[in-house]
Design a protein around this ligand. Structure first.
Ligand SMILES: *[C@@H]1O[C@H](CO)[C@@H](O)[C@H](O)[C@H]1NC(C)=O
Ligand SMILES: *[C@@H]1O[C@H](CO)[C@@H](O)[C@H](O)[C@H]1NC(C)=O
Ligand SMILES: *[C@@H]1O[C@H](CO)[C@@H](O)[C@H](O)[C@H]1NC(C)=O
Length: 393
């Protein structure tokens, strides 16, 4: 029988190394154990809006921030895949997808995308600065202000796995969605201990929204069908049935969040009107950043100044065509462009939303065209006195 003699110093050394390894593994493992009192390390922001309400612009304000991982309308994939269903039926799948994205779990896209895929298969990927810079793409720095065009040319062929890798390196995950019509659907996310969710509810005067929707009738037709539950048939919104549904949802969301809100909504809901943002961008942006626990960097300040004053590289060619001189007049354009007949119809289906969100109804074509008559009530005033608020008509 052969005996192998092992010197005792080697045995001791071996035991020490093994003990060290076990201790190391234990420390690693225990640091992964969830502790109930521990807060999630990331902040999750949902920009909740509807089509043509300035949400791409607000999305950019977050996307360009170096601490933010941003995705624009990831639930587009849900709607496109299951277009024969109604918005109500799809609510839960949309919520599930949003939750996974907040947690940087991109496997949720397996259900909606081809198995072999690149970064560029993700809807509107190139508007996300995080997907145009390291570690997702080597062409830009995280602190750069990126443009959709330049990013598209340089970053589209990176593998899809970069989305998840990039997401995990940020302190803030921000998602813009237009596919929620009910705040209560989001309650499970607000109470989920693995999330730290805050909601920015962005609204816009429904009459301005209609004017803008008229410029993209074809692009909205499939989504309209889903909102109206037409089993996959594309529809125009000639009778403002979709608008009615959108207005109803804004009232529902705003009422649910402000009249008798549940405790878990405290400090987690902020309503922003597009018109206020356009009139006083810096103060509204500061408020949104403060709400989101983000600080304004010098580069961002300069960029915001530029885009709100029509300066800097790119100028009006950028995705969010907004300069403050333009934007204020653009936000009033519906008053010259739409007929009074149409305005009356929109005011009928959206009366509740117009009143509640602090806009004035018009009674005549004369009032409609008279731009000296401001139809946007001051923000503080309308926030202060919802219940006693009496529209002039
Ligand atoms: C992904 O990028 C590769 C490399 O450039 C390209 O050959 C391939 O066609 C792309 N795949 C898809 C699904 O776009
Ligand atoms: C919806 O459309 C599909 C295919 O076009 C059809 O098979 C189905 O019967 C329709 N469902 C309803 C409820 O109309
Ligand atoms: C803002 O515009 C100025 C002047 O065109 C330009 O020098 C500067 O780089 C721009 N800032 C940003 C952050 O784009």
């Amino acid at each position: 029988m052969a005996r192998i003699r092992i010197p005792s110093t080697i045995v001791i050394l071996f035991v020490m190394v093994q003990t060290g390894f076990l201790l190391f593994m234990y420390a690693r493992y225990s640091s992964f154990m969830p502790r109930s009192e521990e807060k999630p390390s990331q902040v999750h922001i949902l920009i909740l809006s509807s089509w043509r309400s300035g949400s791409s612009f607000v999305g950019q304000l977050f996307s360009q921030h170096p601490s933010v991982f941003y995705l624009m309308e990831p639930a587009w994939h849900v709607w496109v895949t299951m277009y024969q269903n109604s918005a109500k039926v799809l609510h839960m799948a949309v919520r599930d997808l949003v939750r996974s994205v907040f947690l940087c779990d991109m496997s949720v896209f397996d259900a909606y995308m081809p198995w072999k895929r690149n970064l560029s298969d993700l809807f509107q990927w190139a508007v996300s600065r995080a997907l145009c810079s390291a570690p997702a793409c080597d062409s830009f720095q995280r602190t750069d202000i990126t443009s959709e065009m330049a990013c598209k040319t340089l970053c589209g062929r990176y593998p899809f796995s970069k989305v998840e890798e990039a997401c995990k390196t940020y302190s803030h995950v921000v998602i813009k969605e237009v596919r929620f019509f009910d705040l209560k659907v989001l309650y499970p996310l607000l109470t989920d201990p693995s999330l730290n969710l805050k909601i920015i509810h962005l609204v816009r005067d429904p009459r301005a929204v209609v004017k803008s929707r008229e410029q993209s009738v074809k692009a909205l037709a499939r989504d309209n069908g889903i909102v109206l539950s037409t089993n996959g048939t594309k529809v125009e919104d000639s009778k403002y049935k979709v608008m009615q549904e959108i207005c109803r949802s804004h009232v529902q969301i705003y009422e649910t969040a402000t009249l008798k809100p549940p405790n878990f909504l405290k400090d987690r809901y902020l309503m922003i009107r597009f018109e206020d943002l356009v009139r006083d961008p810096l103060s509204e942006i500061s408020e949104m950043y403060k709400f989101a626990d983000l600080s304004l960097t010098p580069v961002l300040k300069s960029w915001i100044y530029n885009i709100t004053h029509g300066q800097g590289p790119g100028k009006k060619k950028e995705a969010f065509k907004i300069t403050s001189r333009d934007a204020v007049s653009v936000s009033q354009a519906w008053r010259n462009v739409l007929s009074f007949q149409k305005i009356k119809k929109i005011q009928e289906v959206c009366r509740g939303a117009i009143n509640m969100l602090g806009y004035q109804l018009v009674d005549s074509e004369k009032e409609q065209r008279d731009l000296s008559l401001d139809l946007v009530l001051p923000r503080r005033q309308n926030q202060f006195s919802w219940s006693s608020f009496n529209p002039k008509h």
